[in-house]
Design a protein around this ligand. Structure first.
Ligand code: ATP
Ligand code: MG
Length: 358
C-alpha cells in the first residue's frame, strides 16, 4: 500500500447477492476508480449482510464474495493501492453495530425509505428476518469503523448514509462531549471519535433496470452484468420495452424510453446522441432497433476490457489469488477498525484493558 495514514479515507462496498452490474459501475465504481488515485480506499464485501436475505444459500454467498472481488479488479480496483475488506472477518464492525443500534430509534430505522423500497421491490412482505433491518444499522458500523471522509454510493443509499451521519453526530455528542451545534466538518477537531462522512453519488445515481421501471438490481432479474457476454448484452437490450408503441416514422418521447436513458449514460459520442434524440422526437425514420444497436455497441465497448481482465481471474487459480487479496486487505482493515473501536470504547468508558486480535 502506497498511501499514508493521513490521506483522507473512503469506504464503500457491495453485498454478495450476485455479481456486479452496469448500475454499480456508473453509480459507484467509476467514483471509486477516481478516488483510489487520491484517497486511502477501503472496499468492503458486505457478506454478513448477504445473509439478511439469503441465509439459506451460504454456498452462493461464498461464491459471490469471490465473484464481486473479481469484478472489482476487472474494473480497475487496484489491490496494491486499495484495501479489499471481508466484513465477516472484521469483528469491530459487529461490535460497533451493537452500540450504534442503541443510538437509533427503532422507528427511525423502520421508516428508512431505502429499507421500505427494498422490502417492497424484493417482495419480502412481512416475512423478512429480524436481521434484515439490522443491516441498515450495520452499514453505519461498516462505514464509521474506517472513519472515512466520503462514501461513493448510488442514489438509493443516500438515506442510509444520512442515518450513518446521525449516528456519528449522536455518538460524538453523547460520549465525546461534542456540542450539538457543532458543524459537521468540525466533529473530529472538537474531540469526536467519528467524522460525519458525506455520500458521494456517481454521475448516474440510479440506472434503471432492463424492465424500464425499477432500479437495476442484482436481486430483481433486471440487470446487465459486467460478466455478460456480448450476446447476452444484445439479447437483454433488444428485449427492452421502449416505453411506448410507435412506428419509425411516428414521433416518440426519448424521456420515457429506458433505452435512451442508457444511450445518455453509455454513448460517448454527444453528436450521435443528439442526432438520435432529434430524429426520435420527430419520427424521422428511426426505429427502436436502431437506437438499441448503438446502445449495445457502446455497452460492449465499455465491457470488453473488463471482460478481458476478468478472464485472467477465472477458475481455481483466480479464486486463490483473490482470496489472498482479501486476506491481506482485511488484515490492514482490522488494524484501522480495531483502532476506531478502541477509541470508541474509551469514549464510552469501556477501556478496562487493551485487547489485541491474534
Ligand atoms: P441488491 O439487489 O442485493 O440490493 P444491488 O444491485 O442494489 O443489490 P448493492 O450491493 O445493494 O447492489 O449496491 C452496491 C452499490 O451500488 C451501492 O452504492 C448502490 O447505491 C449502488 N447501486 C446499486 N444499484 C444501482 C443502480 N441501479 N444505479 C446506481 N447505483 C446503484
Ligand atoms: Mg441494494
Amino acid at each position: 500500500m502506497t498511501t499514508s495514514i493521513s490521506t483522507p479515507r473512503v469506504l464503500t462496498g457491495d453485498t454478495p447477492t450476485g455479481r456486479l452490474h452496469l448500475g454499480h459501475y456508473v453509480g459507484s465504481i467509476q467514483n471509486r476508480l477516481a478516488m483510489q488515485e487520491t484517497h486511502d480506499c477501503f472496499f468492503l464485501v458486505a457478506n454478513m449482510h448477504a445473509f439478511t436475505t439469503r441465509a439459506e444459500s451460504p454456498a452462493d454467498i461464498r461464491q459471490d464474495t469471490l465473484e464481486i472481488v473479481k469484478d472489482w479488479i476487472a474494473c480497475g480496483i487496484d489491490p496494491e493501492r486499495s484495501c479489499v475488506v471481508l466484513q465477516t472477518e472484521v469483528p469491530a464492525i459487529a461490535e460497533l453495530t451493537w452500540f450504534f443500534a442503541m443510538l437509533l430509534p427503532f422507528n427511525r430505522v423502520m421508516k428508512n425509505p431505502t429499507l421500505k423500497t427494498e422490502i417492497s421491490a424484493k417482495g419480502l412482505g412481512d416475512q423478512y428476518s429480524f436481521g434484515f433491518p439490522m443491516y441498515a444499522v450495520g452499514q453505519c458500523a461498516d462505514i464509521l469503523a474506517f472513519r472515512p471522509e466520503s462514501i461513493p454510493v448510488g442514489e438509493d443509499q443516500v438515506a442510509h448514509i444520512e442515518m450513518c451521519r446521525e449516528v456519528a453526530r449522536r455518538f460524538n455528542q453523547i460520549y465525546c462531549g461534542v456540542d450539538s451545534h457543532c458543524e459537521d466538518d468540525q466533529h473530529e477537531a472538537l474531540g469526536g471519535v467519528f467524522p460525519v462522512p458525506k455520500a458521494m453519488v456517481g454521475k448516474t445515481g440510479r440506472l434503471v433496470g432492463t424492465d424500464g421501471e425499477q432500479k437495476m438490481s442484482k436481486s430483481l432479474n433486471n440487470a446487465i452484468y459486467l460478466t455478460d457476454t456480448p450476446k447476452q448484452v444484445k439479447k437483454k437490450i433488444n428485449a427492452m420495452y421502449p416505453g411506448q408503441s410507435r412506428e419509425p416514422d411516428e414521433p416518440g418521447d426519448p424521456e420515457i424510453n429506458p433505452v435512451f436513458h442508457y444511450a445518455e449514460v453509455f454513448l460517448n459520442d454527444e453528436e450521435l446522441l443528439h442526432d438520435l434524440k432529434r430524429r426520435y422526437l420527430r419520427g424521422d425514420n428511426l426505429g427502436d432497433g436502431h437506437v438499441k444497436a448503438h446502445v449495445i455497441d457502446a455497452v460492449n465497448e465499455l465491457l470488453d476490457p473488463i471482460r478481458e481482465r476478468r478472464a485472467a481471474l477465472e477458475g481455481a487459480e483466480g479464486d486463490k489469488k483473490v482470496t489472498e487479496i482479501i486476506r491481506e486487505g482485511t488484515a490492514r482493515a482490522n488494524r484501522v477498525a480495531e483502532e476506531t473501536l478502541a477509541r470508541a470504547k474509551e469514549a464510552m468508558g469501556l477501556s478496562f484493558f487493551t485487547r489485541t486480535l491474534a
